[in-house]
Design a protein around this ligand. Structure first.
Ligand code: GDP
Length: 300
């Protein structure tokens, strides 16, 4: 089970501790809630979310007259699934009569290029024709890195020289996509945060070019976040996400962190669906996010 393996660190930090608490304490009392609270906060579920979760648990325990701690685990799973579920989380929005354009935004190093490569692979396996646009013309090596992924997966990359105008790269990429009968165009963008207003200007210019060339595009703007940074990922998303037209999130490196609870915090604090999670560095290590599968993989 890919989910189970990929989430093993979070399982150890979160679920095994909860299970240990349940067997050790047996009774649901104030000390029990306090310890549960500590475990959840330790796994980066986020203070606000933990408070809400504990309140929900308390009222559920009262309502169902639960006394035995062992009976609490299914209730906790249920509550977590409830917190993670989002109505709008129904895969990616695809253009039914033309090119689907997906833009990727996020800070350097979060796994943007890797995610683009993985998704390109996924679409290709579905029989779709994929093209990549090297829109990060700023970071040294970004274009080459995308090309490496392009070769690995077997899809072309549209690029210009390093330092050139990303909107011009997007224009080229859209033209190429039209000429070649491409189904999905995946666009990388620059991730420097230190220059936020410039970055927004740059993104807006990219949007305008894409919208002009393909009405209704971009169909998704996916913000990539590094789960190993825990609460930092959340603040990054808040800072960056609000103004940049983000439609969904990708959480990477969940395999490398015990702080998988961050998924729950992010779902609670941002009104954005988590579309995919990254569970490794390889081509196949990207999973569609499913709240039930996620929670079951943790507690199974
Ligand atoms: P970018 O700067 O945002 O484009 O980030 P990269 O795609 O270059 O990724 C940065 C590093 O994170 C690379 O070493 C990737 O192999 C690694 N990485 C990306 N996604 C994952 C993931 O889901 N799991 C793990 N373990 N590593 C990842």
């Amino acid at each position: 089970n890919v989910f189970k393996d990929g989430l093993s660190k979070t399982r150890t930090a979160l679920v095994e501790k909860v299970q240990d608490l349940i067997t050790r304490r047996k009774k649901i009392d104030e000390d029990f809630y306090e310890e549960l609270e500590e475990i959840l906060i330790g796994a980066d579920v986020g203070v606000n979310t933990v408070m809400k979760l504990i309140d929900d648990l308390r009222s559920e325990v009262r309502k169902r007259k639960i006394e035995d701690a062992a009976e609490l685990q299914p209730v906790l799973s249920e509550k977590l699934i409830g917190l993670l579920r989002s109505e709008e989380n129904t895969g990616l929005q695809m253009n039914k009569d033309g090119i689907t354009v997906i833009l990727f935004v996020g800070v350097n190093g979060v796994g943007k290029t890797t995610t683009i490569g993985k998704l390109a692979h996924r679409f290709k396996q579905e029989g779709k024709k994929v093209l990549l646009a090297a829109g990060d013309t700023f970071r040294a090596g970004a274009i080459e890195q995308l090309e490496v992924w392009g070769q690995r997966v077997g899809v072309d990359v549209i690029k210009q020289q390093s330092g050139s105008d990303p909107a011009a790269v997007m224009f080229d990429a859209v033209q190429a996509a039209k000429q070649r009968g491409v189904d999905v165009l995946l666009c990388d963008t620059a991730g420097r945060l230190q220059n936020k207003s410039n970055l927004m200007d740059e993104l807006n210019k990219i949007y305008r070019v894409i919208q002009r060339e393909i009405p209704g595009a971009p169909h998704e703007v996916l913000m990539v976040l590094d789960a190993t940074t825990g609460q930092n990922a959340l603040s990054q998303a808040k800072l960056f996400g609000e103004k940049s037209g983000v439609t969904g999130l990708v959480l990477t490196k969940l395999d490398g962190t015990a702080k998988g609870g961050i998924v729950i915090a992010i779902r609670q604090e941002l009104n954005l669906p988590v579309k995919y999670i990254g569970l490794g560095e390889k081509m196949d290590d990207l999973q569609e996010f499913d709240s039930e599968q996620f929670v079951h993989a943790l507690f199974a």
